[in-house]
Design a protein around this ligand. Structure first.
Ligand SMILES: [Zn+2]
Length: 100
């Protein structure tokens, strides 16, 4: 049986939302640090690095990264809550909404 052997550098990350620790290919994370695009933790929380996360004080960068990810999560929760509030919940509310 033939084996496929290759090197893959993995970088550990901890999701600031759920605390899950997981590993991602370092090349992919470097790419995400450069392009600022989003990626997900295994539980589906959307994460991203601010565009210039590779520069600056590492501790400050980590703190800012955590705050940004948390703010993004809070914004998603608020958006979902706002959509939920706009949806009629009871028959009476639905009737009132239709009457408008
Ligand atoms: Zn998570």
């Amino acid at each position: 049986m033939d084996a496929l052997i290759y090197n893959l550098k993995l970088e550990p990350l901890t999701c600031p939302t759920c605390g899950a620790t997981f590993a991602v290919a370092q090349a992919l994370l470097d790419q995400r640090r450069r392009d600022g695009r989003r990626f997900c933790c295994p539980a589906g929380h959307r994460l991203y690095f601010p565009p210039n996360a590779a520069a600056g004080n590492p501790t400050e960068v980590r703190q800012l990264k955590r705050r940004l990810v948390r703010a993004l999560h809070d914004a998603e929760q608020a958006e979902a809550h706002a959509q939920d509030l706009q949806r009629p919940h009871t028959e009476a509310e639905e009737h009132t909404a239709k009457a408008r």
